[in-house]
Design a protein around this ligand. Sequence first.
Ligand code: SF4
Ligand code: SF4
Length: 450
Amino acid sequence: MFFNRKPFEVDHAPTLEVVGPIERPEWEDYLFNRYPVIGKAIKDGWNPNNGWETLEDEQVKKYYARHPDRWPEMLQAFVEQNRRAQHREKHRDRFALAWANGRSWLKGLEQSNFPPKPVEHPDIDDFKWVQGEPAEFQSPAHASKLVKKMVFTFGASIVGITKLDPAFVFKNTMRMKGGNRNWGEDIPKHWKNIIVFGVPMNWDPMYAAAGYSTSYDGYFRAKTASGLLAAWLGELGYAARPQWPGGDYETVLPPIAIQAGMGESARNGVLITPELGPNIRLAAVITNLDLEPDKPINTHVRAFCEECKICADACPSGSISKASKPDSVVRGFRKFAFNQDSCYRFWSTAPTDSGKGCRVCIAVCPYTRKNNWIHTIVKEMDPRDPTGITRKTLLAMQHNFFYYPEAEAYHPDWTGGNFAGYHEPPEWLRSENYLKVTKTWEYDGNWEGF
Ligand code: SF4
Ligand code: SF4
């Protein structure tokens, strides 16, 4: 961690504002649980034109009963996937290196069995690596200090610790494969604290979102760190339950990371951290080890987002609210409205080979900046400026000095775009630099090194 959070610590996170009864998340709230069910039903002969009401799966139906306007977006995603498959081959010369990069990390993520998926109830599984009686720490503060040191050793860049809040524990497991949906609502008694941490995605491909980026490098590293930390806790005699991307969680990590002081919630629906902005992929370990929790912070991300709207203007699917103030309530918390299903529709359109990703809203965000001297200064100045002048100046500079492709330009050519990226792709993902291909395309985006 290279941002001193102490001056910004608060008792209550401003971007976790409670405005109604808090509800725990349900399995169907997670998009990656819904779409495989719908895809399988279509494959098995179910006719989507009959409407979501005719689906067999009660939980997916429950979601679309709450959000009927989102159903056409989800259906369109399947249409887009087919269209993309038809156009794939003719773009192979251009995207060969980007696809190879993304698929390598994806294979690593999907085929690595570390940490192993839990197979038993947590009362058994979380203790499988426990070696003998728990080692006694001098104090919870000592334990927290050492745990954080180990998290960095295991490869993460930012870490926070908080008590596990039931508000962010799924009512039933959301683990996608090998998971049991009939989990029940009880939270295991040994789930006391959660250590949450994150790693950045590789910066230069991320900036070239959507076509040249991948989330899987961040996922893979975060997953590995969660396994290593769980093993370390077990060696010292403590229960450990790793939570890792893309779907192996029982918890919703962004709000937990906010409680743990890692950052704040943004307009684009993701966590913004002082060090890495929203360029962070999260994992965590739940444990029974007594730990000293961190406090949430207030670096005025909400005020910045209220004026900024850059991600909402850039979003190729129009999924991010352009309202001046947070305009929706999600399970009791006030947030900017966000449409998961239309976002996924664009993921199914974007020329990423495996069909899962866009990240334009992360790439364009003014907080997504490497820590050179100028960015380090403004990150310290803006949250200390009660007048908002720093924020307004930064936003004016952002709009006037940086080129932003139009939202439509991020689309592939078969839907009227030209595969734009916020940045041009890094030289090592440009096929024409390494492969025997004829370059027939131009890049649209900021200069790659900017
Ligand atoms: S990932 Fe892409 S489509 Fe989804 S909200 Fe962000 S910019 Fe929009
Ligand atoms: S782009 Fe602007 S509005 Fe969007 S998350 Fe970043 S700071 Fe907030």
